[in-house]
Design a binder for this molecule. Structure first.
Ligand code: FAD
Length: 423
């Protein structure tokens, strides 16, 4: 296994379940496994540097994921909002407009109804969002420009087809326009103790009994000699599963120029997260999306609301996320200061009540779907699979904007397919 994030550890877990006698080696660049799924304890606060919650539209997937946590989880009604000027609209916007004054419900409602039949994800992201009229102008376009930090005409509209883009029924939309609060509530799950990393750790603990971990080892070279792979000139393997970014694995194998060029053209955003512990009671919200460009972060999460164990009594915690285009690096202290000022400006914190502030930089945060990325990505994947026999999975291994639940399904399916062709 190349990479020891969620995809790598799950691949090891499912492989061992299907092939109990196989020898498994997991190679990880960092000194610690977990990738995007890590949690830290700071001054009595449990903090996820990358804020996560657990959700799947499929009951069977969520049940399997929860079973990994062996009772260490809570189910929460989702309290997420979109900040529009001085108003908080419950997320998703389509049904959240019920909370707005009737003139605004009518204005946004008309846009949403006319987008209902027109919206398509075939063209650019700009074209996919524009049919949403006033909703696009006030929320979808500024918010997407803020997250992606690119001209939306250069991005593909494809991700608006995914389940990451909320879809509501016409019936629910019309009720919201009439000012009726939705009866159906959204829910999510979160580990009760130990932060979101508890999910990763649950799998890690079962894998670490039998797999060999090589940590602090960047995969830099993979040579294919006959049916065998030689990794970093020392580790021999019969099968390789990749979960590290396509750009990284392609620079490690002996790939043709066209594939090197396709892999290096795949775009991504880095991001900085800033976590704050604050004295005081906090707010009854889980997270808030911020479309306005007057504020640097596009979302902040009240991490202390995700589990009662995430903050000491009468304290609350927040994590704000700021994206950066194409691996840009910036001064973390400057970003922290700006985020503190902005949260204070929004009335969310008072600087004098801060207990701690800590920030992290993540080079690989969001895969970016620029125009034509799919063909280039597919060319790289088929080179890896068809020419080298390397399966590439996960958020970076497939350059897909996927969450932990989708990765769980993908890895399980992939191992099942492999098992049925190698009985
Ligand atoms: C801001 C943000 C919020 C999110 N929120 C949610 C959420 O609420 N719910 C949810 O389910 N999902 C969420 N996700 C998605 C989730 O984090 C990912 O889908 C998942 O963690 C991806 O796991 P992975 O193993 O594919 O990638 P990673 O976690 O990135 O793991 C890749 C691993 O490969 C290692 N690596 C890289 N290069 C090399 C190399 N050359 N050699 C060796 N090792 C290498 C890395 O160090 C890393 O450990 C969120 C993601 C982000 C960025």
């Amino acid at each position: 296994m190349l990479g020891c994030g969620w995809t790598g550890i799950l691949s090891a877990y499912f492989m061992k379940k299907r092939f109990p006698s196989c020898d498994l080696v997991i190679i990880e660049k960092e000194g610690e496994c977990g990738g995007l799924l890590k949690s830290e304890t700071i001054n009595g606060f449990v903090v996820d540097p990358v804020p996560h919650v657990l959700y799947s539209p499929k009951n069977e997937v969520i049940e399997e994921l929860l079973s990994l946590l062996r009772g260490n989880y809570i189910k929460k009604e989702k309290k997420a909002f979109i900040m529009l000027g001085d108003k908080l609209v419950p997320h998703p916007f389509e049904t959240g407009i019920y909370a707005l004054p009737k003139e605004e419900r009518a204005r946004y409602g008309l846009s949403l109804i006319s987008a209902y039949s027109k919206a398509s994800c075939k063209g650019t992201l700009k074209e996919a969002l524009e049919p949403y009229g006033e909703v696009a102008n006030d929320y979808l376009i500024p918010y997407n420009e803020k997250v992606w930090k690119r001209d939306l005409s250069n991005l593909s509209g494809r991700w608006t087809c995914s389940n990451r883009f909320p879809r509501v029924s016409l019936e629910d939309l019309v009720s919201a326009i009439a000012g009726i609060e939705p009866r159906r509530k959204g829910y999510f799950y979160y580990p009760l103790k130990g932060g979101f990393a508890s999910l990763f750790n649950a799998v890690y603990e079962s894998v670490c009994k039998w797999a060999k971990f090589i940590k602090g080892a960047k995969v830099e070279s993979i040579k294919k000699r006959g049916d065998q792979f030689i990794i970093n000139d020392e580790i021999k393997a019969d099968k390789v599963v990749n979960t590290i970014p396509l750009k990284e694995i392609i620079s490690a194998v002996e790939a043709p120029e066209s594939i090197i060029s396709d892999a290096s053209s795949l775009q991504y955003n880095s991001f900085i997260s800033v976590a704050l512990g604050v004295k005081g009671k906090g707010f009854d919200m889980d997270w808030v999306y911020i479309p306005t460009k007057k504020v640097s972060f596009h979302r902040f999460v009240f991490s202390s609301n995700l589990s009662p164990y995430n903050a000491p009594t009468n304290n609350y915690s927040i994590t704000a996320e700021v994206t950066l285009p194409l691996g840009d690096k910036v001064d973390l202290k400057k970003v922290e200061e700006k985020v503190i000022d902005e949260l204070e400006g929004l009335g969310i914190i008072e600087r004098k009540n801060l207990v701690f502030v800590k920030s992290w930089y993540f080079k690989y945060g969001y895969p970016v779907y620029d125009i034509g990325y799919e063909e280039r990505r597919n060319a790289v994947l088929s080179y890896l699979k068809d020419e080298l026999g390397i399966e590439s999975l996960g958020r970076w291994g497939r350059h897909e904007y996927v969450n932990t639940d989708a990765i769980f399904e993908e890895v399980k399916d992939s191992v099942n397919k492999f098992a049925s062709s190698n009985p």
